[in-house]
Design a protein around this ligand. Structure first.
Ligand code: M6R
Length: 368
């Protein structure tokens, strides 16, 4: 069942190229335009939307943060991202012109379910991004985009996360197509970039042994920081969550620009800091990230840097370097998360933990 892997999680990490390809299957019509079969919201209903609120929990929430960047960039619609457990308790402003997007791998997360019930009671439309056919959240939603990841057994979300991202990008591009905020050629170009992702994930997976070795070096570390900017910021949060839930270690993710506002006080000699560097194409972002890395190195941190191949400025900033394939900044989470999953899985395994069934956690959280 585990196809020769010791953990379901490891198997599921390696299934990600296939999962991403499946999530993209059949999304282009004969005319080349994007089609989302389970959309069930008319073009007019989508054009009438003037605000999107994404609600989700845990890893799905971090996928939602990436979705905000993509939707706002491609569609120019304001997007809020909210933890589903907080949503209905703060008297949110939602009405018929708000689209609520609920992201849930299981489709059964109680916090998210209660949040969509609240949204629908305020007459807003709800679209679910979900992996589990026929589960409660898509059944109670107006529309659904299925992720097609296949069953995810490990408690830690891996292929769930990357296929959630794919579904979010598809939603963003579809909205751009319907609203006319991007030209068809531009949309096709991004879809083609998405279609190239499975092969790029394979390239990262080919380095698994190097990343495992790196993880085992840190088996005695008790605290980790993760830094990112732009779409790399939610990836930093996701990397830290993986380490918390699997290795039971203190791990925190930060937007690199926030360091100087407090978190830098945590840095002491030897502290491992994992840094997700934006692609070179975004030079301002890239420069700012390098200066963030410099700040932690100057205080003795041990930097593990994820940067795109061919980044000729990165070497002096990295105690350890993991190269990533070249992808546009908005799609970088799809490749940047892979080393972080491998790292957490191996570290937890080397520490003797049950990777598939971490303590105190359940795969689907059906209580509020
Ligand atoms: O099934 P959902 O996507 O609604 O689950 C949400 C979270 O409980 C889930 O992503 C959790 O954070 C994972 N264990 C993270 O790996």
């Amino acid at each position: 069942q585990k196809d020769g892997h010791d953990w379901f999680m490891r198997k599921e990490i390696h299934e990600q190229p296939r999962a991403v390809a499946d999530a993209l299957l059949g999304r282009r019509g004969v005319d080349g335009r994007l089609q989302l079969d389970e959309m069930r919201l008319s073009d007019q209903e989508l054009r009438d939307i003037d605000k999107i609120i994404i609600i989700a929990a845990g890893t799905s929430f971090y996928a939602g943060m990436v979705a905000k960047y993509a939707i706002e960039h491609w569609c120019r619609i304001p997007v809020e991202v909210e933890l589903s457990s907080e949503f209905r308790y703060r008297d949110p402003i939602v009405d018929y012109s708000t689209l609520v997007v609920a992201i849930s791998q299981s489709g059964e997360t109680a916090d998210t379910l209660q949040a969509i019930r609240h949204a629908r009671a305020q007459r807003s439309k709800v679209l679910a991004i979900c992996n589990t056919n026929g589960s409660t959240i898509p059944r109670e939603s107006d529309a659904v985009i299925y992720m097609h990841a296949g069953p995810e057994i490990g408690v830690a979300s891996t292929k769930g996360y990357v296929t959630q991202l794919v579904a979010c990008y598809l939603l963003a591009l579809y909205l751009a197509q319907v609203k006319g905020t991007r030209y068809g050629d531009e949309i096709t170009q991004v879809v083609e970039q998405l279609e190239a992702i499975p092969a790029q994930i394979e390239k990262v997976l080919a380095k698994a042994e190097d990343i495992y070795r790196l993880a085992r070096h840190h088996v005695d570390s008790r605290s980790f920081l993760f830094l990112g900017r732009h779409a790399g910021y939610p990836v930093a949060l996701e990397g830290a969550l993986k380490l918390k839930e699997l290795a039971y270690l203190h791990a925190e993710g930060f937007a690199a620009g926030e360091l100087k506002h407090g978190p830098i006080a945590l840095v002491e000699p030897g502290l491992p800091v994992l840094c997700i560097v934006p692609p070179r194409g975004r030079d301002q972002l890239h420069d700012k990230m390098l200066s963030g890395i410099q700040e932690v190195r100057a205080r003795g941190a041990h930097t593990i840097v994820l940067a795109e191949e061919g980044d000729d400025r990165i070497a002096p900033y990295a105690d350890e370097l993991v190269t990533l394939p070249r992808v546009p900044v908005l799609l970088q989470p799809l490749v940047a998360v892979i080393p972080l999953q491998l790292f957490a899985c191996e570290l937890a395994s080397a520490m003797g933990h049950d990777v598939d069934q971490p303590r105190n956690l359940a795969k689907s959280v059906t209580v509020e």
